[in-house]
Design a protein around this ligand. Structure first.
Ligand SMILES: Cc1cc2nc3c(=O)[nH]c(=O)nc-3n(C[C@H](O)[C@H](O)[C@H](O)COP(=O)(O)OP(=O)(O)OC[C@H]3O[C@@H](n4cnc5c(N)ncnc54)[C@H](O)[C@@H]3O)c2cc1C
Length: 505
């Protein structure tokens, strides 16, 4: 192998996790190379344009981005803070939910949300306070998120992970409207009634309640910002470089095989692709059968159908909020449907027109969809799936529009053109099995089953991404810190992170 193909760090996959590790390590002087199978980097951060209008595929809003808050600190540490354009969602209601015929706007700020609920449900004061005490206690228990050094790191010990959100909230109150409001965010982690973990619920809720922001120029700007940082520090990102085989000797990864290219070598290697897929690529190392079987048996979160609409000019007023709609009485069960009764609900967000401020130029609708509905096209690939697939997308889009009419009665006449993507689109653009929205499912009844450590049996191979730690912008960024911590020392990184925290007035 020629010396130019040998790097300090090779990262497989340029999703958020791979790029964040690339930023941390290239800034520390390591010679980094990222291998990405697609022509576009970013995985779920990718966006695309149709008729000049920008659409996100898998990342559109972020939380805790005010000075001093955790994502702000992480982005400063990654050196991408100045390169990412954000705008704050509406303070009085960044998320609006409609369920059981009622609408409720979630205000920004944990205490603002608590006060609004106390005003609306004064007789439920005890329940409301118990709910907030619990989610804050869980959020504050996570050392890295609170930038506390770690003593006796126990990756598996997460407060509240074995508790079920639905049961916890049901134990506090019998009022259905209040239960719905407290649990609406289950869409953000594909939570299912029987298995949703209170740990994930608490982290995500507090994260967005602290402050919630739109990515004004789409999710792709985060990937572009990382690319600038990595390349400025001498790193390299190679696209159209699909990794096919990981050859090991004496429990060390010796060569990374890349389709149509010379193999490359990393003194240390980080895989940002699914743990199971990574392990299946290994040759020459004895990966324990029990470990493989555990990875194989991990359930995936549900996938998603996305509808992208371009609006005729000045037809729909822009709303600076995300809209969550539930067809039934409860906020649970979007994943559990009869094919004939799909969709059970959706999340919708808009992009504001720059030419006609106050009006939306486009909107995106996300609705959970079972991957198995795609069975007739399992063996097909992007742009080559056949006419019956196009017809299926059209039929599903019509159904989305029918449900949208409840909130936007004239929606059909406002749409200029539309596009759609299915669970297969997610599968083929990210390599995630079953196009799972958020990777592996966490089950409060068996939290250990979903846990995967960043360290592997192959001494110089580490894992990162949404299946390590947690999904989403916070989960994956923190996961990258944990993975790089295995290489450079976790407390060294936490010490550095603290110096990037902006003190607020
Ligand atoms: C519809 C949707 C909406 C979402 N919205 C939000 C949101 O608003 N806010 C939020 O915080 N989170 C959101 N998320 C979650 C978030 O986008 C993901 O959790 C996160 O981006 C996943 O990052 P990752 O590092 O695990 O990598 P991924 O995004 O899965 O990327 C993996 C990368 O590896 C590459 N790869 C795979 N196999 C190979 C191979 N063999 N060789 C080389 N490269 C390979 C892939 O092409 C891809 O680029 C959303 C997710 C979805 C699906």
């Amino acid at each position: 192998m020629s010396s130019e193909n040998i790097y300090d760090i090779v990262i497989i996959g340029s999703g958020l996790g791979g790029l964040a590790c690339g930023s941390i390590l290239s800034q520390r002087g390591y010679k980094v190379c990222i291998l990405e199978q697609h022509f576009q980097i970013g995985g779920c951060l990718q966006d695309f344009k149709r008729k000049g209008k920008l659409f996100d595929t898998g990342m559109h809003y972020i939380g805790s981005y005010e000075d001093g808050q955790i994502l702000n600190t992480l982005f400063r540490y990654f050196n991408i803070y100045d390169k990412v354009g954000v705008s704050k969602l509406a303070s009085e209601g960044f998320d609006i939910l409609q369920v059981n015929g009622k609408e409720f706007a979630i205000p920004q700020g944990v205490e603002a949300f608590r006060s609004k609920l106390l005003n609306q449900f004064p007789e439920e004061e005890k329940a409301i306070n118990a709910y907030f005490d619990k989610i804050l206690e869980i959020y504050q228990s996570v050392d890295i998120v609170n930038l506390r050094n770690i003593v006796n790191f126990d990756f598996a010990a997460k407060k509240g992970e074995g508790e079920n959100v639905y049961e916890f909230v049901a134990s506090l109150t019998d009022i259905l409207d209040l239960r719905n409001i407290l649990c609406y965010s289950n869409s953000l982690y594909a939570g299912e009634k029987e298995s949703a973990s209170l740990f994930i619920h608490a982290i995500i809720n507090v994260f967005y309640l602290q402050s919630a922001w739109n990515l004004v120029k789409g999710g792709g700007q985060i990937a572009d910002a990382f690319k600038q940082v990595i390349e400025a520090n001498g790193g390299q990102i190679i696209t159209k470089a699909r990794v096919t085989k990981l050859v090991c000797k004496n429990d060390m990864l010796e060569a990374i095989h890349v389709e149509g290219r010379e193999p490359v070598k990393g003194k240390q290697v980080i895989s940002n692709i699914e743990p199971l897929t990574t392990m299946q690529m290994i040759e020459g190392a004895n990966i324990r059968k029990a470990y493989m079987s555990r990875l194989r048996n991990q359930d995936q979160t549900i996938s998603c159908f996305s509808y992208y609409g371009i609006l005729k000019e000045r037809t729909i007023k822009y709303s600076n909020a995300n809209f969550y709609y539930y067809k039934n009485k409860e906020v649970w069960g979007l994943d559990d449907y009869d094919e004939s009764d799909w969709p059970q609900g959706y999340m919708l967000y808009m992009k504001e027109s720059q030419d006609h401020k106050g009006y939306a130029e486009s909107f995106t609708v996300l609705s959970p969809m079972d991957y198995n509905e795609m069975e007739p096209w399992f063996d097909t690939y992007i742009e080559r799936r056949g006419d019956d697939y196009i017809k299926m997308k059209h039929d599903k889009s019509e159904r989305v529009l029918t449900v949208l009419e409840d909130k936007f009665p004239d929606i059909r006449s406002c749409i200029e053109s539309s596009y759609a993507s299915t669970p297969l689109t997610f599968r083929d653009y990210t390599g995630v099995r079953g196009g799972a929205m958020y990777g592996v499912k966490t089950d409060s009844r068996n939290p250990i089953a979903s846990q995967v450590l960043p360290r592997t049996r192959v001494k110089n191979l580490f894992l990162t991404g949404q299946n390590i730690n947690m999904h989403g912008i916070l989960g994956v960024s923190i996961g990258a810190v944990i993975t790089c911590g295995e290489i450079v020392g976790i407390n060294e990184i936490i010490d550095e992170l603290r110096t990037f925290k902006q003190e607020t007035m």
